[in-house]
Ligand binder design. Structure first.
Ligand code: EPU
Length: 339
């Protein structure tokens, strides 16, 4: 295993920001990872574990060691006639893993097709799309405790999943590195989630009346491709902000001024699409210097010229936050990890 110095992270973050890591190495085995953590401990340097780099913004160079986690492998454990447990190592590409499950006719993850990133990072922010979140099919994960350097297994309850949230973003931040994730998937009588508006519309447009999991995945892929920029072509990290959740009273007050305000129930509160707030504030399609707000989905900030620095992207996001706050009295929260 090679440890490189002053390494450009441009190809390791989906924003394609040219930040540098003081040290960089790829960990393909657990032993590599442990060795790299010891390297960081001995030199008293911070470490950062990167999955696909699809939810991170480097606003400065990283003065520690960046570890690209490349543990690979998938194995299965039959439960009964209806369910199977599928274990995937962290370094597996998320979309390829979803495709693997669909080909094997394992149901559950099809609505989460084409989400960028790797298997190991999906529990951190409890990735979700089109009415499904990872927590709905999560069984457990194996983690490395960065203090003891021993492995532990965490189950669903241990992970405290919430909307784009988990223990890995809060009390256990930096404590664990996810080595593999186990999903509980159906092998027959799949529960199809096609109620999310855009999916049923897409299926109808394709003339599909009795969809299977593969049809749902294909519909999701078409919808995503029609709205979300491909990070390989235009640097971005998907949704830059979380959809804000506000008290009912605040929603009702806003609704008086904006009768067409889109909204979804979120417990006894109301979730409002940040994309709508940003669009109404005049940002959709706007470009300032190297950074822009995507013209088809205002929740996505793009590296418009490919030359943006992380600081420029961050400053652009601050302008959006100020503007939405001024217009609606709602403070947007960044979903992307800022470093
Ligand atoms: N909208 C606008 N203008 C926009 C974008 C959205 O008015 O430019 C409004 C529309 O009313 C639309 C509603 O927002 O009906 C919802 O939009 P969309 O279905 O695109 O979903 P979203 O709430 O903007 C969330 C996730 C996405 C996920 C989609 C689909 C968050 C932060 N984002 O976006 O996740 O793909 O739902 O389920 O929850 C990601 O996390 O990177 C991501 C792309």
């Amino acid at each position: 295993m090679e440890i490189q110095e002053n390494y450009s992270l441009k190809d390791h973050n989906s924003f394609q920001v040219n930040a540098k890591a003081r040290y960089f190495a790829k960990a393909s085995h657990l032993e590599d990872l442990i060795e790299l953590l010891q390297f960081s401990q001995q030199r008293k340097l911070p470490f950062l574990v990167l999955g696909g780099g699809s939810n991170i913004l480097f606003t400065q160079d990283y003065e520690g060691i960046v570890i690209a986690l490349e543990l690979r492998g998938i194995h299965e454990e039959k439960q009964n006639e209806d369910y199977i447990l599928v274990h995937a190592h962290s370094g597996e590409n998320w979309h390829q893993f979803v495709q693997y499950c669909i080909q094997k006719n394992y149901g559950g993850l099809e609505n989460l097709s084409l989400i960028p990133g790797n298997v190991g990072t999906c529990p951190i922010q409890n990735i979700g799309a089109y009415g499904v979140e990872i927590k709905d099919h999560f069984h457990s994960c194996v983690v490395l405790n960065t203090e003891t350097l021993l492995t532990e297994t965490l189950n669903l309850e241990d992970c405290h999943f919430g909307y784009r949230d988990s223990i890995f973003k809060n009390s256990a931040k930096g404590k664990y590195i996810i080595l593999s994730v186990c999903f509980k998937l159906s092998t027959q009588n799949h529960i199809l989630r096609q109620n999310y508006g855009a999916i049923s519309q897409q299926l109808a447009a394709d003339g599909i009346r009795n969809p299977n999991i593969s049809d749902i995945a294909n519909a999701v892929i078409k919808i995503r491709q029609s709205k979300l920029p491909n990070p390989k072509e235009i640097g971005n990290a998907g949704s830059f902000f979380k959809n804000p959740i506000v008290p009912k009273e605040q929603y009702l007050a806003l609704e008086k001024q904006h009768p067409n305000l889109p909204h979804y129930p979120a417990g006894d509160q109301i979730k409002i699409p940040a994309g709508w707030l940003i669009e109404q504030s005049g940002w959709k399609g706007k470009v300032i210097g190297n950074v822009g707000c995507h013209s088809l989905q205002a929740l996505v900030i793009i590296n418009a010229t490919g030359k943006a620095t992380g600081k420029e992207i961050y400053d652009f996001s601050s302008l959006i936050i100020d503007s939405v706050h001024h217009q609606f009295g709602i403070t947007l929260e960044r979903e992307v990890n800022i470093l």
